[in-house]
Write a protein that binds this ligand. Structure first.
Ligand code: BGC
Length: 364
């Protein structure tokens, strides 16, 4: 009799696990409200997309693609950007919750300032997908779609080294280092990846950071603001390079790369080898004409498509697909859907943009 009762209890437990999606669902999911998984939602549901700003080409592309593709998939899309302001983004997410969004996609202005509003969304059974940037220090995130951020930095560091060898002859080489906006969790990761490659060459004397500024905090560019990067570059050049050539600069993205190159030209320097990120149209042209050495392509359409694939899986009641890896955000292990970034120089540009008619057109 006892045995039968316990068998019955085991069977009951298994049914309960199957119903709530526990035990077999996406990795690292601590108990979500049962209604959120397995049920799906209406095919014309509201989907919110909260972008940080439209200050670089990738975000402007994402803004347009989310609007077009979510509507084309039958959803009602609320796509907003926060002009790089944290309170504005918090309010936008708040109003997406009030408007009944079933999924909110978030590219955070500041990775660690959305905890309260996202936990409110989580409690309402809304799924939250980090887009391009990690969302830190909150349980209110179900997964992140991004190009590998440390990998991106490694590619930038390696491109700088390769470019120096290709363009500037034998070392040692004088270089300077730039990082992105410190509130963006990608920025320290890009820098960390680059330093994995560059630090050993600084240690063995191949690379000389003439200013001595090698910490992320010294090299960061507040708010990813190109004009702040240009001002820092102006002062590095006048302070340390009045009688020296600068051979190369690590740049975290294309806008900052163009600011660095412009400052160098204005200071009468030979063009330094400069890395980049985003394959922005203007930088693709500069690479083709030899003014910027490299960029890293992380195509927006691939990132948006991946995000919409996840939203469709949630809509159909299939939950979050299995992630490629996980990363701890300070509060939980977050599943990461990780896409591969690609370094682009003049040498491989035609191949790299073979399926991108807009950028291919610029290589003339
Ligand atoms: C993105 C880059 C972008 C930068 C500034 C980063 O989080 O990954 O593509 O250039 O933000 O907008």
């Amino acid at each position: 009799m006892k045995k039968r009762v316990s068998l019955f209890l085991v069977a009951l437990l298994m049914v309960a696990m199957a119903l709530t999606g526990c035990g077999g669902g996406a990795q690292n999911e601590p108990a979500d409200p049962p209604a959120a998984e397995g049920d799906g939602f209406a095919a014309d549901a509201v989907i919110g997309v909260a972008l940080p700003w439209l200050g670089t080409q990738n975000w402007a592309e994402a803004d347009q693609m989310f609007k077009d593709q979510l509507e084309a998939a039958g959803f009602k899309a609320i796509v907003q950007h926060a002009d790089n302001k944290v309170p504005q983004q918090q309010q936008q997410i708040e109003s997406m919750i009030q408007n009944g969004a079933k999924v909110i996609v978030v590219g955070p202005v500041d990775g660690s300032q959305l905890g309260a509003v996202l936990e409110e969304a989580e409690a309402a059974g809304i799924k939250i997908i980090g887009y391009d940037r990690l969302i830190e220090n909150t349980t209110g995130v179900d997964g992140v779609v991004q190009f590998g951020s440390v990998k991106t930095g490694e590619l930038q560091g390696q491109a700088l080294l390769d470019g120096l060898a290709a363009v500037k002859g034998e070392g040692p080489y004088n270089i300077e280092l730039f990082g992105g906006g410190p509130a963006d969790p990608n920025a320290p990761n890009f820098f960390k990846g680059a330093m994995k490659v560059l630090q050993p060459k600084i240690d063995d004397g191949t690379l000389v950071v003439v200013s001595g500024q090698t910490d992320f905090t010294q090299c960061a560019t507040m708010d990813w603001d190109n004009s702040k990067a240009q001002a820092r570059m102006d002062s590095l050049l006048s302070g340390f390079y009045a009688d020296k050539e600068i051979h190369g600069v690590l740049s975290p993205n294309d806008g900052i790369a163009r600011a660095i190159i412009t400052a160098s030209e204005q200071a009468g320097q030979q063009l330094p080898v400069v890395s980049g990120l985003d394959a922005e149209n203007e930088s693709v042209e500069w690479i083709w004409s030899g003014r910027q050495y490299s960029t890293v392509a992380k195509p927006t359409d691939v990132l948006v498509n991946k995000t919409i694939e996840i939203i469709k899986s949630l809509q159909a009641g299939n939950g979050m697909p299995a992630p490629d890896t996980t990363v701890n955000n300070g509060k939980k292990d977050v599943g990461v859907y990780e896409l591969p970034p690609l370094v682009v120089t003049k040498e491989n540009a035609k191949e790299a943009f073979a399926n991108d008619p807009g950028r291919l057109e610029l290589l003339k």
